[in-house]
Design a protein around this ligand. Structure first.
Ligand SMILES: [Zn+2]
Length: 400
């Protein structure tokens, strides 16, 4: 067992990984930067075509959002990369990552700086271009083993994870179907390699309130005040917060001049359910509240959005996958621990399909989503060896 782990570790090309990640992170891939994403997708398609199987760039699913004036508009997204290897194998796995970052093309944080000989600062290095290289090099090493022929896998690299995977969630769901297990390459929860375990969920809503305008002095009673209705909704939604769900009314837009009863308002809010039943209860309570406010304030309310990241509890099979990752780490001399996380990621969507997933298999690093984001460089090959070994175990008899 130890010999296999060491053989795999020896087959990982750390300098090649670093050069690759630096080249990828030099391309700005803010979720809205379609040019940058197209460049990145082409680089990824080229790199992943070194593996067996077919690489495809998949069009994003249509996504709409609500503008400040209440208009529903289509939001453009980049293509997603999918690689399918041995689609007819009886046991298949899913590997996922994202190519987008939270840094738009005009953000000042674009370059890379060495903090010390093992720590590199730069946009998207940890979150998660490092993780994409971990996927590629883990699979490259795995493909040198005879047991690779007995299993198959799909790799998905989406372009919109940082804004909720709205144009790729259906694709994630489809690719997760029938998979034995999934690994996602978000950076470790802590710089020491600690994994994220159970996760809460997340939902985003925009409520568009349409009232009736009137003169604030002449005939105010003829008006139906959309701002008052939106404010009422904000207060009442906040009251739906419980220990198992937080509710955050975030923004009210709309209104009119001081002498006009406003007929238009938009309330935007986020919810964070800790468990699936909390999410279901909230939706029922919200719908009852909307009915009540529609009636009492005589306004129209339309709902846009919903729960896009279902809560991710860790079931028995997922726990066995965590245990396997920890055991494989121990053989490689890596101490692996885990802790619950308040964040969300594509692991939430995969877990919702019932497929066991560990979603922080990417590099060790930290300070993500900030200009201090860093990647611990030796963790590139360390984590690639870990994934290759986990995969070899799952391909040669280990069960979940
Ligand atoms: Zn990420």
């Amino acid at each position: 067992m130890k010999q296999l782990a060491e053989t795999l570790a020896e087959r990982i090309d750390q300098p090649a990984m670093l050069a690759q990640v630096q080249a990828w992170a030099a391309v700005n891939t803010g979720t809205a930067n379609l040019d940058g994403l197209a460049t990145q997708a082409a680089m990824l398609a080229d790199a992943f075509s070194a593996l067996p199987g077919a690489v495809e760039l998949v069009e994003p699913a249509p996504v709409t959002a609500i503008a400040a004036d209440g208009r529903e508009f289509e939001k453009a997204h980049g293509q997603h990369m999918v690689l399918r290897v041995r689609p007819d194998a009886p046991r298949r796995f899913l590997f996922t990552g994202h190519m987008d970052t939270v840094f738009p093309a005009d953000h000042p944080f674009q370059g890379q700086t060495w903090i010390d000989s093992e720590t590199l600062n730069g946009p998207g290095l940890a979150d998660m271009k490092g993780g994409l290289s971990v996927i590629l090099h883990a699979l490259t090493a795995f493909e040198t083993l005879p047991e690779a022929a007995q299993v198959g896998y799909d790799v998905l690299v989406n372009s919109d994870e940082e804004t909720g995977s709205l144009s790729s969630s259906a694709l994630i769901e489809t690719l997760a179907q029938g998979k034995y297990a999934a690994l996602t390459y978000e950076p470790s929860a802590l710089p020491d390699g600690t994994l994220a375990h159970a996760r809460g969920g997340s939902g985003n809503y925009s409520l568009t309130v349409t009232g009736k305008s009137a003169h604030a002095g002449r005939n105010p009673l003829d008006g139906r005040n959309a701002i008052v209705a939106a404010a009422t909704l904000a207060v009442r939604l906040k009251e739906l917060q419980r220990s198992d769900i937080s509710v955050n009314p975030a923004k009210i837009e709309g209104g009119a001049a001081n002498n006009v009863v406003p007929d238009h308002a938009i309330l935007r809010f986020n919810i964070r359910p800790k468990a699936p039943d909390a999410a279901e209860r909230f939706v029922a309570e919200m719908n009852a509240l909307l009915g009540e406010v529609r009636q009492s304030q005589e306004v129209d309310i339309s709902v846009h959005g919903g729960i896009t990241r279902p809560p991710k509890p860790v079931g028995a099979r997922a726990q066995k996958l965590f245990d396997l990752v920890r055991d494989c780490g121990a053989v490689l001399g890596q101490h692996i621990d885990w802790q619950a996380s308040g964040g969300v990621c594509d692991g939430n969507n995969i877990a919702a399909t019932g497929v066991p997933v560990v979603d922080t298999m990417g590099v060790r690093g930290g300070k993500i989503h900030s200009p201090d984001e860093f990647m611990i460089v030796p963790s590139l090959s360390e984590r690639a060896a870990l994934s290759a070994f986990v995969l070899s175990r799952l391909s040669s008899g280990d069960t979940l």
